[in-house]
Ligand binder design. Structure first.
Ligand code: CAA
Ligand code: NAI
Length: 246
């Protein structure tokens, strides 16, 4: 019970890595709020937890829309009165070579992956400051650390999250708020399943541990950074990538 009675918002919690984190956080005793724009998937996950000691609450949210995030935070506070953990996990891809990338593809990815994290953190942080505690986890990527062919927009957004993570760690450390990032490698979720098979094969072959990540591998890192086991860690980027690049 490493998160006993903690209130956690997990964005993008209706699928992929976020869903694995929802399951793990509930097992560890947290009250989880799923903020996802996929209503069908979100409701299905919420129904799965009906009758549990700590049911999850799904709030349909588009993290790229400020008013939607404000409503998420207001509803969470109304229900639980506090927010202990924010996992900024929601993200998206619109891959294209730079020469073919449209302005719309660039803007869409920046709006969700970068502005969305700004929106969620800026709306949650006043509550954490009042509480004098909080754990914020931002999901970066191996693409943000090392770059990736076809991902100008995505790599830029994920690299920017590292800058924001370190800035917020410096701004809020004295308020008792920890801010860290996880940089996952290629992990088997719907996001990766959209990749051309031969590109994914090459990526897998480059992984030192010779396998793609499982959503649980990343959720374990979220759990560590959300728990008191990481109480002397802030501003850190935890690479969970099987050793793809070192
Ligand atoms: N490394 C080196 N060269 C590459 C490459 C790579 N990873 N990917 C493509 N190329 C090369 C191709 O071999 C090709 O070379 P030639 O012109 O010599 O034939 C050239 O680049 C153009 O490639 P395509 O023919 O595939 O071009 P396209 O315009 O049809 O598609 C693309 C481009 C959309 C980027 C497509 O290649 C693609 O989807 N690639 C995968 C991108 C990727 O890795 N996305 C990760 C998604 S998962 C994720 O984002 C999670 C995370 O955080 C890691
Ligand atoms: P996914 O595409 O499988 O799931 C993403 C979830 O986020 C979905 O449920 C989707 O509905 C939700 N979502 C997307 N945009 C949203 C928005 N604006 N508002 C609310 N919800 C939104 O993706 P996956 O693989 O689970 O990725 C989770 C995070 O991990 C993302 O930030 C991604 O960029 C990052 N990541 C993923 C890697 C991978 O290989 N799968 C590698 C490195 C980072």
């Amino acid at each position: 019970m490493r998160l006993k009675d903690k209130v956690a918002i997990i964005t993008g919690g209706a699928g992929g890595i976020g869903l694995a984190a929802v399951q793990k956080f509930v097992e560890e005793g947290a009250y989880v709020v799923i903020a996802d724009y996929n209503k069908t998937a979100g409701i299905q996950v919420q129904e799965r937890f009906v009758g549990e000691e700590r049911p999850v609450l799904f709030i349909q949210t588009d993290t790229g829309e400020r008013t939607s995030v404000e409503s998420l935070v207001n509803k969470t506070i109304e229900k639980y009165g506090r927010i202990d953990i924010l996992v900024n996990n929601a993200g998206t891809t619109k891959d294209a070579m730079l020469v073919k990338m449209t302005e719309q593809q660039f803007d869409d990815v920046i709006n969700i992956n970068l502005k969305g994290v700004f929106n969620c953190t800026q709306c949650v942080i006043p509550y954490m400051i009042t509480q004098g505690s909080g754990k914020i986890i931002n999901t970066s990527s191996v693409s943000g650390v090392y770059g990736n062919v076809g991902q100008t927009n995505y790599a830029a957004s994920k690299a920017a999250l590292i800058g924001m993570t370190k800035t917020w760690a410096k701004e809020f450390g004295r308020k008792g708020i920890h801010v860290n990032a996880v940089a996952p490698g290629f992990t088997l979720t719907p996001m990766v399943q959209k990749m051309p098979e031969e590109v994914l094969g090459k990526m897998e072959a480059a992984v030192s541990l010779r396998r793609l990540g499982k959503p649980e591998d990343i959720a374990n890192a979220y759990l560590f950074l959300a728990s008191s086991e990481s109480d002397y860690i802030t501003g850190h980027v935890l690479h969970v990538d099987g050793g793809i690049v070192m």
